[in-house]
Design a protein around this ligand. Structure first.
Ligand SMILES: *Cc1c(COP(=O)(O)O)cnc(C)c1O
Length: 431
């Protein structure tokens, strides 16, 4: 007779060498080879229908509902978590605007607006899990490198958990709204004279030396939380997957999370078919698109340059996980110029939806895919808008007030004397 020791609910494995460690191991990478870690869960002990039923009951309205759009899925996110640090987060809308269907050239485009999260970006979904894990393992401080949104989110969740937070951001390279949030939520904020890639290298060194828990997206618990963007949108679509999911790609944590969520959802019977992922980069920060074009034979690093600061990343940390996500979903990776992403952003903003610059690469990229025939007009597409319009007011004001000659979407304000005749004059001249 053979005895089997029961598997714990979850554990971590290195995706490079297969080394296995317990769920509560605090190292940000594999200690054996430096590879990226991944969380594995024991398959849920119930049928897909029962699991879906459970998620439905928690969705809201009824007593006992879970107010978080992350922890509603806790059975496949972090089943052993007991006391969670939740704002709450998630529950973001799926929006439809006819003007944007037309702009992209398809029949029906849905926008999953992650800018509706508590700190204004999808980073909150990963951070609620990451900070919950930090508390579980008894971390005394938390840290991250960031292009802005991760630091804003970490600062807020660390404040809620009562943990000191250290954030490293590129000096002069962070949008105003994001920097303002980090300061206001009380994180110790270091402006590094360098770019994001320098910040990430530095914070990894520091966390190792100072014993601070690292909450960048290489942290596999953040990936678990970010999976719920996919789970929630599948739930909103009654578990009928779309044909395509389009997302911006910077450090590739989200691309990795989407791939993992879809793989597990199929493995555990929640869906039968996989949507294809379209990961879109900014042309000046597109090392992943270049690797894709070469069949992923080589990993590249570039000196990143783009107005979309959230994806201004030259050496994406989650590269290996993201390659797997693109291959498994028969996905594509492409890049759009800054001019194209700004045009797409102006269209999203003018539709009343609004988003930050990095989010707009989705619409610009989708239009490219429609023009090249890869996405068909009748395909069902969900584009993920990753951040809120107010994250980057500096860029907005430059676009609308300052750029000469004014771009096509520019909406110039008009200064007048405090006299009603002035209003009449303006309305007549622009009629
Ligand atoms: C972080 C972020 C991204 C990029 O996501 P990755 O996981 O780094 O690829 C895109 N848009 C916004 C608004 C972000 O905050």
């Amino acid at each position: 007779m053979r005895f089997q020791t029961a598997r714990p609910a979850s554990w971590q494995t290195c995706i490079a060498c297969g080394n296995e460690v317990v769920e509560t191991d605090p190292h940000p990478r594999c200690v054996a080879c430096g590879g990226l870690l991944e969380i594995h869960h024991r398959p849920p002990a119930m049928s897909p229908a029962e699991l879906i039923q459970r998620f439905t009951e928690r969705r809201g309205g009824q007593p006992g509902a879970t107010p978080s759009g992350v922890w509603r899925f806790r059975d496949i996110v972090l089943p052993s978590a007991d006391s969670v640090v939740s704002h709450p987060e998630g529950n973001t809308p799926l929006l439809h605007r006819v003007a944007l269907d037309r702009w992209a050239g398809i029949d029906h485009l849905l926008l999953k607006h992650e800018g509706h999260n508590p700190t204004g970006s999808f980073k909150d979904r990963g951070m609620t899990v990451g900070v919950t894990q930090a508390r579980r393992i008894g971390a005394t401080a938390v840290a991250c490198a960031s292009t802005g949104n991760t630091s804003a989110s970490l600062a807020a969740y660390a404040a809620q958990a009562g943990l000191p937070a250290l954030v490293l951001v590129p000096a002069g390279g962070v949008a105003t709204g994001k920097l303002a949030q980090s300061l206001a939520y009380g994180a110790k904020t270091l402006l590094v004279r360098g770019d994001f890639d320098d910040c990430l290298r530095l914070v990894e060194e520091a966390s190792d030396r100072l014993g601070v828990y690292l909450l960048n997206s290489i942290n596999p618990f953040r990936i678990e939380g970010q999976k719920t963007i996919i789970l929630e949108l599948l739930q909103q679509l009654a578990w009928e997957p779309p044909d395509w999911i389009v997302l911006p790609a910077g450090n590739l944590g989200n691309t990795a999370a989407f791939g993992k969520a879809l793989r597990e959802a199929r493995e555990w019977g929640l869906i039968r078919t996989l949507p294809r992922l379209a990961a879109v980069q900014a042309a000046g920060a597109a090392p992943f698109a270049r690797s894709f074009a070469e069949g992923f034979t080589e990993r590249h690093r570039v000196k990143a340059e783009t107005v979309a600061t959230a994806i201004k990343i030259g050496n994406p940390a989650s590269y290996d996980r993201a390659v797997q996500a693109i291959i498994e979903t028969e996905g594509v990776v492409l890049a759009t110029s800054d001019a194209e992403l700004l045009e797409a952003k102006a269209a999203i903003d003018a539709s009343g939806v609004g988003c930050e610059p990095a989010s707009a690469v989705t619409l610009a990229g989708l239009r490219q895919l429609v023009r090249t025939g890869q996405v068909k007009q009748a395909d069902r597409v969900v584009a993920v808008l990753t951040g809120h319009i107010l994250k980057d007011p500096g860029l907005l004001l430059r676009y609308h007030q300052e750029i000469e000659p004014p771009p096509p979407g520019a909406n110039r304000p008009i200064e007048i004397d405090a006299d009603v005749r002035e209003i009449e004059r303006v309305l007549k001249s622009t009629a």
